[in-house]
Design a protein around this ligand. Structure first.
Ligand SMILES: [Zn+2]
Length: 463
């Protein structure tokens, strides 16, 4: 069993302390007394999860039966017998009943308020009225909790959205940890007040930037080296913000120098290549700096760019559901040769790239089971590829889960805080109603969430 260290929690939420935090302070006082030579009584956990099948995503201790939590943090991971020592008179004990517990899912790419507005209105609404914004956010948060999503990077966050999230965080009402990436064209808003990548609390952080290099495959605006198969005159286009490219280069060089993290949407192979050209230039300045530059979607790559992406240590932030959605028609648009380097998640891993999984919610569904199903089966939505479209690109379930937890945490500079069930990390967990590692992957879409825990607090349960 692995034990807690005597360090206090490294980071506290903006929100006022909850019951668990007070217990932690009592524990620290007890431990401090013990350090003077008196015997240390066994500390009591606030919550124990016992009798579970824990898939930790921690290579030092891959499997466990039980977890002890004090306040927002995991203090012990081990067998039922080992964890029993953490039970005190006030400890809540959750019987896992043999069910699978994973680190909470971390969606590397969502648009929370658009999704919330759609949940509220049943359609992608026009800008919501000020009164409707909070209910929309609350619906989106409840949806995430129900699906076991405990963290996400919010793309293109507006100032109004950020203010609302801060209000929710202050009221202890955020049940999803958010990392905000406002538009890169407004990078000075963050830089001018000294915000750097990852600034903020455990629940709400800033310091990332979202930009668009090109468009989408569906609208023929993704930028390719060669023309579209069904539109011989067109190779797609750069976005307005990247035209001329020199302007984007100047702007993003300054943004990078200010310490902000850059995440660029790039879909076509030339769009991805140009993003990598830019990242190569940025990385040449102070090459040892830990930038974690990101490419969002990274859908189509020419062969040499897989290695370049890996060498530059760029994070490929991908949405596997797009492979089974676009896979119905993508080959007609770009031909079978280019399709081999498309949505090529296994090649990205094989070549040594960092992978982070997400959904682009609400462009795609938020449900992590649908994402995992897409990643491991690549069975297109039209039923035409039951054994997988470009089957060599199927991920193993183990790799997909890791990319969806620890990989996404890395993409937001938080891999030491979350992404695995590890002593000292935040207690962000999901309990499922089936052992996905022991089931047919075709059944993944039917798997449900029994319980979602964020920072030691149950934010959703069917029990
Ligand atoms: Zn998006």
């Amino acid at each position: 069993m692995r034990h807690a260290t005597l360090e206090p929690a490294r980071e506290r939420p903006l929100a006022p302390a909850r019951r668990g935090a007070l217990t932690t302070l009592g524990l620290l006082a007890t431990l401090a007394a013990g350090a003077c030579g008196t015997s240390v009584p066994a500390p009591a956990a606030d919550v124990l999860i016992t009798n579970a099948t824990v898939w930790t995503v921690d290579p030092d201790q891959p499997r466990a039966e039980a977890i002890a939590i004090i306040g927002a943090r995991i203090v012990a991971v081990g067998s039922n017998d080992e964890i029993a020592a953490w039970q005190g008179p006030d400890t809540s004990v959750v019987d896992g009943a043999g069910q699978l517990v994973l680190p909470g899912f971390n969606d590397a790419h969502i648009h929370l308020m658009q999704a919330g507005r759609r949940l509220l209105n049943g359609q992608l609404a026009e800008a919501a009225s000020p009164e409707a914004r909070r209910p929309a956010a609350e619906l989106a948060l409840a949806h995430a909790a129900r699906l076991g999503v405990t963290s996400a990077t919010d793309m293109g966050t507006t100032a109004e959205d950020a203010a609302l999230f801060m209000e929710l965080a202050a009221e202890d009402a955020l049940t999803l940890r958010l990392y905000l990436a406002p538009m890169e064209t407004d990078w000075q808003d963050q830089a001018n007040v000294g915000i750097r990548r990852g600034f903020g609390s455990a629940f709400l952080r800033l310091g990332a930037l979202k930009g668009y290099v090109d468009g989408t495959l569906q609208s023929s605006t993704a930028l390719f080296f060669e023309p579209y198969g069904d539109a011989p005159g067109s190779t797609g286009m750069l976005t307005e913000e990247f035209t001329p490219f020199e302007d984007a280069r100047t702007r993003l060089s300054s943004a990078d120098a200010s310490g902000l993290q850059i995440a660029l949407h790039a879909v076509g192979d030339r769009g991805v290549s140009m993003a990598l050209d830019l990242y190569e230039e940025l990385s040449a300045v102070d090459p040892t700096r830990d930038r974690r530059l990101r490419i969002e979607h990274a859908q189509h790559l020419v062969d040499a760019d897989f290695d370049r992406l890996a060498e530059l240590e760029v994070v490929a932030s991908v949405q596997p559901y797009q492979a089974i959605d676009d896979g119905r028609w993508a080959e007609e648009r770009i031909g079978s040769e280019r399709a081999r380097g498309s949505y090529a998640y296994q090649t990205l891993l094989d070549r040594g790239a960092r992978l982070a999984l997400g959904t682009d919610w609400d462009a795609g569904p938020l449900d992590p089971m649908l994402t995992l199903h897409a990643a491991v089966t690549r069975a297109t939505l039209d039923g035409w590829h039951p054994d997988g479209w470009m089957p060599a690109q199927k991920l193993t379930l183990e790799d997909a889960v890791e990319a969806y937890t620890l990989g996404s945490a890395y993409a937001e500079f938080q891999e030491s805080e979350k992404g695995s069930v590890t002593v000292g990390k935040l207690a962000d967990l999901v309990m499922l109603d089936a052992d996905i590692f022991a089931s047919d992957p075709r059944d993944l879409p039917t798997v449900g969430v029994v319980m979602t825990v964020v920072g030691g607090r149950v934010v959703y349960t069917t029990r």
